[in-house]
Structures are given as structure tokens and as C-alpha cells.
Write a protein that binds this ligand. Structure first.
Ligand code: SF4
Length: 308
């Protein structure tokens, strides 16, 4: 899953390095959140620009989409093994290691390293949490949560929140570290956190670094505010992290400095999220994804990291 959570730190070392690790390459876009999957564009661009062998067989260079094939690169698993100083690794930021074509034997190799390297933190994010949970059960790891592993799922709309969150919350109930990445958020969502607890929620809109900005779907400020509120007053702590406002972020409240009036064509694109939003968040400079804290008004500048 291609969303990289950038600010996970080991509590006693905020300057600790952060890395991504991609032991597999390849996937298939099949969910609403996959529409602008940037991983496949990165892969196509690595082949086009640098002749990358790693991605050549898994991406269609004309459409710049995954072609459904997957490859495994066990060599990258040596990086965390060799690294002695603690680091946080996001596994699979340009793939999804739980996609059905990723073989069980490859997963075994990946997790042999993950369980062995407990000086590091590993973030594992997927749109296929059912397979992840099944595999954890099969390996007999369900009742032995590890503090250095974070299991996460992506949530883009209500339908997929209702499908994926009950799976991941089973892990929370058993003491595992869990998170949701609500990116790209495509509608208002009732997360039902009292029934489906998780420890950390990361919010963000859709960004489109590789093509016309107009392709990004609208992200409403009301949805972020609502999501942040839902993480409060639960009787347990859900850490909240606003990662980015995306390329096309709208609001129905004028906030000087941050907003400009929507153009006619922009207005036509937000008709599906009535009441009509009238303003759009101004993204400064060329920060196309709006991933910078300064892009956000004060009440959205929330970047909490769960400390256990
Ligand atoms: S599951 Fe993730 S990596 Fe796979 S196509 Fe969808 S967004 Fe891209």
C-alpha cells in the first residue's frame, strides 16, 4: 500500500532514521482508493527513466498501471538485518505484500526478518487485512503481540471501513499495535471506534504527483475534523496524525490566508459532497500533496505518534 507514514519514531530517539522497504513489487488496482495509486507510477517512471529491472515485469509502461504480476526481492531483507542502530521501516510503500499473488513462502521470509529484528519498528499497511490476519493465525502469532510491529489497514470510504476495520480491530483486542491510514479519504466515515478500536489514525486526502492535478478527488475539511473528533472521548487513546490535505481540499468556511474561492469548474466537481463547499484550501508553492504542516490551519496541525 503506497502511503508512507513519515513520522514514526522510537520514543527515546526522535531523530532516529526512517526507511521504506520493498521486498515485493507489483499489485493490481481494484479498490476505490487505488484509482490514483502512485506506486505504479513510481514503478513505471523507474523503468522509463532508469531502466529499472526490478519493476520491468510488473508494470504496463503505456498505461503506467500494475499488470497484476508480482516479483520478490529477498536481498532487501538484509538491510534491516545489517543495520544495528534502531530504525523504523515502512514495509511495502510501493506494493501490498498481502496481495494474493505474493506467495506464502515469501511472506515467511519477510516475517522471519521482522521478528528477528526487534530493535527496529515495522509498519505494515494493507488493503487486504483478511489475508494478513489469516496468515498471523496460521503462523501461531495471534496471541503473541510484539511491540515493534504495527499492523495497519487503509480505509478510504464507509464501505471499506466497515469491511476492513473489524479485521484489524481483532488484533487490537489481542494487544497488537494497530493503525488505520485514512488515505485517500473519499467520503465522511463513521469509524465506530468504540466497537472497532485501533491505536493510531492517520488522515489524508488524495494527491497526484504524476499527472494533471485535476484528477485528484476532493477532500473535505469537514471529514478530517469529524475523524479527529471521533478519536476523542472514547475512554482510550487513539493517536491522531494529519499527514496531508491532498491536492484538492475544500471547505465551506472561509479561513483567510488558507482559502480561495472555488472556480466554476471546481464547483462542478464537488457537487457530490453537498452542502456545496465554496472555498478551497490554498496549497502554497509547489507542494502538490499539501503534506506540509504549514499548509494546514492551526486546528489541523495534529501529528501525534503513539508511544507505548
Ligand atoms: S492496493 Fe495499494 S499498491 Fe495495490 S494498486 Fe491499490 S493502492 Fe496501489
Amino acid at each position: 500500500m503506497p502511503t508512507t507514514i513519515k513520522c514514526v519514531v522510537i520514543p527515546d530517539n526522535p531523530e532516529k532514521p526512517r526507511e521504506t522497504l520493498n521486498p515485493t513489487a507489483g499489485c493490481i488496482p481494484r479498490f476505490p482508493g487505488c484509482k490514483l495509486c502512485y506506486a505504479q507510477h513510481i514503478a513505471a517512471s523507474l523503468v522509463n527513466r532508469f531502466g529499472s529491472e526490478k519493476y520491468k515485469e510488473v508494470v504496463d509502461l503505456e498505461t503506467k498501471h500494475w499488470n497484476g504480476e508480482v516479483r520478490f526481492f529477498p536481498d532487501v531483507l538484509q538491510q534491516p538485518r545489517k543495520r544495528k542502530n534502531p530504525c523504523s521501516y515502512f514495509i511495502g510503500d510501493i506494493s501490498d505484500i498481502w496481495y494474493e499473488k505474493v506467495e506464502d513462502a515469501w511472506l515467511e521470509e519477510i516475517f522471519q526478518m521482522v521478528y528477528e529484528c526487534d530493535r527496529h519498528i515495522f509498519l505494515i499497511l494493507t488493503k487486504y487485512p483478511e489475508r494478513m490476519l489469516k496468515w498471523i493465525k496460521q503462523m501461531g502469532l495471534l496471541k503473541t503481540p510484539k511491540k515493534h510491529i504495527w499492523w495497519g489497514t487503509s480505509v478510504e470510504n464507509q464501505q471499506w471501513a466497515d469491511i476492513r476495520m473489524p479485521v484489524i480491530s481483532q488484533l487490537t483486542e489481542l494487544g497488537h499495535n494497530t493503525f488505520i491510514s485514512v488515505q485517500p479519504q473519499l467520503s465522511q466515515i463513521n469509524f465506530n471506534l468504540a466497537k472497532m478500536p485501533i491505536l493510531w489514525a492517520v488522515f489524508g486526502g488524495e494527491s497526484k504527483p504524476f499527472a494533471a492535478l485535476e484528477e485528484a478527488r476532493p477532500y473535505h475539511i469537514r471529514w478530517i475534523e469529524d475523524g479527529l473528533n471521533q478519536c476523542e472521548n472514547l475512554g482510550f487513546k487513539v493517536a491522531r496524525f494529519v499527514e496531508q490535505i491532498g491536492t484538492f481540499c475544500v471547505t465551506d468556511t472561509w479561513e483567510a490566508e488558507f482559502c480561495t474561492k472555488l472556480t466554476e469548474s471546481e464547483l462542478s466537481r464537488v457537487r457530490g459532497i453537498e452542502p456545496a463547499a465554496l472555498y478551497r484550501y490554498q496549497i502554497k508553492g509547489n507542494k502538490k500533496g499539501g503534506g506540509s504542516l504549514e499548509d494546514l490551519s492551526k486546528h489541523l496541525q495534529i501529528r501525534e505518534i503513539p508511544y507505548l
